[in-house]
Design a protein around this ligand. Structure first.
Ligand code: NAD
Length: 253
């Protein structure tokens, strides 16, 4: 079933009936904070092809380009703050309605909006710091930036390992702990809210399907149609912030 803001009532009813819901977010939840998504017109992919993990590992030139882009993007969006959608989701978690927020986003804005870190499952990592791919040591972006601006060379760990932003690139293995946690949360919920994702990136987009197969209701909120709309119990093709404000007000949260 698809519709617009006029079906906030049925969406509120789904939420009200739920005993344990899970929120699953994509880049669309952060566009109202000024962070471009990937697939909308003007999104990141209309500007740049992603650098695949294999290329990052194989070529110093690719690593230099990845870090150049990273700092350029951070200069554009680094000061982004949580928006009304993030805050509505945080209220649902605080109210005990939502057990976990599974996110494909790497911006840390769910935590910044007040969702406790242990309730946020980051499927594609976190872009606010970096890690050594050999010894897993954490590296701070500010330190890397200083070095990069001095000699233009991509960072190397004290152990000699390659340092990469703590995000998951295409071609990089998914984080095992986060995937397991997301699966457990999905299997435990009776309502799965997929918000602001084109639902095209797998394996992440497999979680709404898993929830549905396991008997949960599926509610999708996204401006554009997704390939999983037909599977959903309810779809809102609407803006996320206003929809979540209306939905949480409707449900008294
Ligand atoms: P996507 O770009 O494929 O899809 C985003 C969807 O959100 C689109 O269908 C778009 O129509 C919708 N949308 C955008 N703004 C909206 C709004 N205000 N209201 C309603 N709908 C809106 O994003 P995805 O499905 O998350 O997949 C992209 C991948 O890119 C993810 O794996 C993620 O890791 C990464 N990414 C993350 C960020 C971030 O951390 N903020 C930003 C860009 C990309």
């Amino acid at each position: 079933m698809t519709g617009d803001i006029s079906i906030i009532d049925p969406a509120g009813a789904l939420l009200e009936r739920s005993r344990q819901a899970v929120v699953f977010t994509g880049a669309g939840v952060s566009t109202e904070s000024g962070i471009p998504d990937f697939r909308s017109p003007g999104g990141l992919w209309s500007r740049l092809q992603p650098i695949e993990f294999q290329d990052f590992m194989a070529s110093e030139q690719a690593r230099r380009e990845a870090w150049r882009r990273k700092f350029e993007l951070d200069a554009e969006i680094g000061a982004a703050q949580p928006n009304a959608g993030h805050r509505a989701i945080a209220r649902l978690v605080a109210a005990g309605k939502v057990s976990h927020v599974i996110t494909q986003n790497i911006d840390g804005l769910h935590q910044a909006s007040g969702v406790p870190a242990e309730r946020v499952i980051e499927l594609h990592g976190n872009g606010t710091y970096a890690v050594c791919l050999s010894c897993r040591a954490r590296h701070e972006l500010a330190d890397i930036k200083t070095g990069f601006e001095t000699d233009g060379a991509p960072p190397v760990c004290h152990c000699g390992g390659i340092v990469k932003s703590a995000t998951i690139s295409f071609g990089q293995p998914m984080p095992v702990f986060a995937m397991r946690a997301a699966e457990a949360a999905t299997l435990a919920c009776d309502l799965f809210l997929a918000i602001g994702s084109s639902l095209q990136v797998y394996p992440a987009a497999g979680f709404p399907v898993l929830a549905k197969d396991n008997g949960a209701r599926l509610l999708i909120i996204n401006r554009e149609p997704t390939p999983l709309d037909e599977l959903a119990d309810l779809v809102l093709h609407a803006e996320i912030g206003p929809s979540l404000i209306a939905l949480t007000a409707d449900a008294g949260h």
